[in-house]
Design a protein. Structure first.
Lengths: 409, 138
């Protein structure tokens, strides 16, 4: 039996009060809160082991290097990565997708080639490809969504063809909560000799992920959305693909031999880790992975699935409420709108009740246009959220509707 | 707290906006988008003998942005271009807390917004649009 109260005790910030009320934190798709053991790992690193990695021969440097590499192994095993060498630390999902768009895209895309994305991409998996397309003459194609927010797979089959060099897709939508069929898309991509990139920013924190079994060639995610610190993320890539790529950022550590007029590259994954990395943050992410494993990803997924469906249903029952995305097969986030209440006004009113949600375009302006709205409100749940918190949200929504309700003509 | 921000006056302007609607072919017509939240506004004005005889707005946005736009149309009606620019400047100064709000005017109801830095842009959206429409600085 999943004990959410026990989990909550591990997160110091959940004791906080906002507007004299107990904090109800429902903005987890933006960033997650951190358990005590992640905070401890950060301070222990700085208090006891702090040194630069892979360089000096002294005790602290040995310890820091070991801890950093241990964190890499933890993340690799968490994602089901068969080969730890192809697990690259980055600053986050955005840097990971940019790494691929520059180091793979600029080298491999040509005029007439196509990159297939979806209408639901976060800007971080859209704008890097716009720039890559501009630099290479490649074209972008977009898989549309059906009315319920799921991908139009018939259209996907039609779009992915002989010109396609890459299919790049979010694993789970940060707006709709949909979980996309990445295995099927990877199969379609491979069928035409294209590669597959998966943006796992909203999946890796919330469900078991197996990059090996998924068939993808690249997988990106962010540490701070999965209980880890900000400033660290991950790019996993098939080693043979990463080997063929040019470096992205260059400088110290990513080199093997440097002459005044040329240089050669370090082995994987160091070829892609230029300069001093976010060492403490990577170690903190390792501690976050330990915590996620301790609670169990299957348990977390089941808790969020149940709570997400509960929230979806309850919010839909609010008079005039619209919820976006499919009813089932979704992650624990719900985007919605109320008829007479602008999302900004709603966020403000909820803040007075100690409830934190997100309002806006969620870094997905094209999807907002597709949905025909300027902005939505979004409640995104995680392993420490409870049914009582969803009830508090729904109560506050009713209150907001009453307050603004008289606006309707 | 909430009632300090969402005062009766703001809610009244939000629910029954003054001078709302399109003014086709107006002398001043300016559209402005707040990319952070997707709110957008278009302001219109016609002048006769140098004075604004018609000031209108349309758009979509939160209560603060819509109420502030409604108040602006009332404030700028009858003003010439220089006076309008001066009013806009004065309002922007009020919204950063460097000038007092006029106690007897509806505008004073926007005072509560200053406490919420993320909302100040909502309140100034229409005013920024009008200033741009007049050809002034951003």
């Amino acid at each position: 039996m999943y004990d959410v109260e026990k989990v909550r005790k591990d997160f110091p910030i959940l004791e906080r009060r906002v507007s004299e009320k107990r904090l109800v934190y429902l903005d987890n798709a933006a960033t997650s809160q951190k358990p005590r053991r992640v905070l401890d790992a950060l301070s222990e690193y700085y208090e006891v082991h702090n040194a630069n990695i892979h360089r000096a021969v002294h005790r602290l440097a040995e310890e820091a290097t070991a801890a950093y590499e241990e964190a890499r192994e933890k993340v690799a095993s968490f994602l089901g990565a068969p080969d730890v060498r192809s697990l690259v630390f980055t600053r986050g999902t955005t840097e990971s997708t940019n790494l691929v768009a520059y180091a793979w895209g600029r080298k491999n895309l040509r005029e007439g080639d196509e990159v297939v994305l979806t209408e639901t991409e976060h800007h971080s998996n859209l704008v890097p490809w716009q720039l890559a397309a501009r630099a290479t003459g490649a074209k972008l194609r977009f898989i549309p969504i059906l009315e319920d927010g799921t991908l139009d797979m018939e259209e996907a089959e039609r779009l992915i063809g002989s010109r396609t060099k890459l299919v790049a897709c979010i694993h789970a939508s940060n707006v709709l909560g949909t979980i996309n069929p990445i295995e099927e898309l990877a199969e379609l991509a491979h069928g035409v000799g294209a590669l597959m990139l998966v943006d796992g920013a909203q999946s890796a924190p919330h469900m078991p992920v197996d990059v090996g079994a998924s068939g993808c060639d690249f997988f990106a995610c962010s540490g701070h959305k999965m209980l880890g610190p900000t400033g660290v993320g991950v790019l996993w890539g098939k080693p043979e693909v990463l080997e063929e790529m040019d470096p992205f950022l260059s400088g110290g550590e990513m080199i093997r031999e440097v002459h005044l007029d040329h240089a050669t590259w370090n082995d994987l994954p160091y070829k892609f880790e230029a300069g001093t990395m976010n060492i403490a943050q990577a170690i903190g992410l390792g501690a976050a992975i330990d915590y996620l494993n301790y609670v169990g990803m299957e348990n977390i997924r089941e808790h969020e699935r149940r709570l997400g469906e509960y929230a979806y249903e309850k919010i839909r029952e609010v008079e005039g409420g619209t919820v976006y995305g499919p009813e089932k097969g979704r992650t624990g986030l719900v985007s919605f709108s109320l008829p007479d209440v602008h999302p900004h006004d709603l966020s403000q009113i909820l803040d007075e009740a100690g409830i934190a949600i997100r309002s806006g375009n969620h870094c997905a302006q094209p999807l907002m246009r597709r949905l025909g709205v300027a902005a939505t409100s979004r409640a995104s749940l995680y392993l420490y959220n409870t049914e009582e918190e969803v009830d508090a949200l729904v109560g506050a929504l009713e209150h907001a509707r009453e307050f603004f309700g008289a606006c309707s003509p | 707290m909430m009632r300090e921000l969402y005062t009766q006056i703001i809610m009244d302007h939000y629910r029954s906006p003054r001078n709302r609607g399109e003014l086709a072919g107006a002398e001043v017509e300016e559209h402005l988008l707040n990319p952070l939240c997707g709110d957008e506004i278009t302001v219109y004005a016609n002048f006769q003998d140098g004075k604004a005889t018609e000031v209108k707005f349309e758009g979509r946005g939160c209560s603060i942005s819509q109420a502030s736009a409604s108040m602006m149309t009332e404030k700028l009606l009858g003003k010439n271009r220089e006076e309008a620019e001066a009013e806009i400047e004065r309002f922007k100064t009020m919204m950063v807390g460097e000038e007092k709000f006029p106690e007897t005017e509806d505008l004073a109801a926007l005072r509560g917004v200053i406490q919420y830095p993320s909302r100040i842009k909502c309140a100034t959206l229409a005013w920024d649009a009008f200033r741009r429409g007049l050809g002034g600085k951003e």
